[in-house]
Design a protein around this ligand. Structure first.
Ligand SMILES: [Zn+2]
Length: 70
């Protein structure tokens, strides 16, 4: 059974947001947008540290969007 990821959670300054999985294939210099509209440099999605994961709270808006549109 193969599962395809449709979104990925990543911590960026201000919160841990859900991004479309395709954001990981963008050029590192490009801006990518989370489901709630938060923008980050694509490189941020690749080098989030363990500390980032701990300190950034989960974004409720992203969470609700995914819950309502799985
Ligand atoms: Zn969000």
């Amino acid at each position: 059974m193969t599962e395809y990821l449709t979104h990925i959670w990543r911590p960026i300054p201000g919160g841990r947001h859900a991004f479309p999985a395709s954001a990981l294939r963008e050029s590192l210099d490009d801006q990518v947008k989370s489901h709630c509209g938060a923008e980050a440099q694509a490189a941020r999605l690749h080098d989030a540290t363990e500390i980032d994961w701990i300190i950034e709270p989960t974004c409720n808006t992203c969470w609700k969007i995914l819950k309502e549109n799985p």
